[in-house]
Design a protein around this ligand. Structure first.
Ligand SMILES: [Zn+2]
Length: 271
């Protein structure tokens, strides 16, 4: 792929320009890389660094040279910190590069993560379903203190960082109306817990839509054609049965798509 270069379809139906690197594991399986031991059953943990920092730095270098975008999976606080260190060093040698590098998941971070990503222009790519699906055991794994720095969507935005919300398909419920529901409510599909899990981190409906649509287009270098409806962009859109801005939060997950349009053509509809 490096030799061939990115795949950039002029009709924007298939674009391949990003690479994802797995840096650590996952919190559920206790393989995510944390600085301090797991709060529950630390002896069962098998913290994993799947690739050395040197190799990530090498891939970053090659990605830049061949026109690819870098995204690195980092879940634990130590993993996120190390990846930011790699990014920092690499970006110092590419002044003014429009990199749009991403951290995938950024689930547990150190307090300085938020300022660092804002300053470096790193995009935090997070999955609203994770905060809901993991809420059953995440605090056991992390304890009361680290959980404050986990799944912190508002922490990122308030520090001036860029946030995109997506589904991590197929690991969790992935339908867009469900992803939107999780982002706005931090509740499961049965509306639990009643006020949402750590509700301070919930997103407003407009912020959630923006993170899923406009910011995501930017995060894919496609904001010129996707993520907005204006002259010059593709007429890619859906028509919903209700306006998500004007319904109770609990109804978001039941939104129904009535028709789907791609580049101005109706490709699917219920009528
Ligand atoms: Zn991942």
């Amino acid at each position: 792929m490096f030799k061939q270069g990115p795949i950039l379809d002029p009709e924007h139906r298939l674009t391949i320009r990003g690479i994802k690197i797995y840096y650590d594991g996952s919190l559920g399986s206790r393989t995510a890389l944390l600085r301090e031991p797991y709060a529950d059953e630390p002896s069962k943990a098998n913290m994993t660094e799947r690739i050395t920092p040197q190799r990530v730095a090498n891939l970053a270098d090659r990605a830049v040279k061949h026109g690819f975008q870098l995204a690195v999976h980092a879940i634990g606080d130590e993993a996120n910190d190390r990846v930011l260190n790699i990014f920092e060093t690499a970006l110092n040698s590419y002044k003014n590069l429009d990199h749009r590098w991403r951290i995938e998941h950024a689930q547990v971070v150190f307090p300085n993560y938020y300022q660092r990503v804002a300053k470096m222009g790193i995009i935090s790519s997070m999955q609203s379903s994770h905060a809901v699906g993991d809420s059953v055991w995440a605090e056991d794994r992390l304890g009361a203190k680290r959980i404050q720095l986990a799944y912190g969507w508002q922490n990122i935005l308030q520090a001036g960082g860029r946030l995109i919300i997506n589904s991590d398909l197929p690991g969790e419920p992935w339908r867009p109306e469900q992803t939107l529901h999780f982002a706005v409510t931090r509740q499961d599909l049965n509306d639990q817990p009643p006020r949402g899990w750590y509700p301070k981190q919930r997103l407003s409906i407009m912020t959630a839509l923006n993170s899923m649509i406009t910011e995501s287009a930017y995060a894919a270098f496609q904001e010129d054609v996707l993520g907005s409806l204006k002259i010059g962009t593709l007429a890619d859109f859906i028509i919903l049965d209700k306006d998500p801005r004007n319904i109770p939060d609990q109804e978001i997950k039941q939104l129904k798509v009535q028709s789907t349009w791609v580049n101005g053509k109706k490709v699917w509809s219920t009528f």
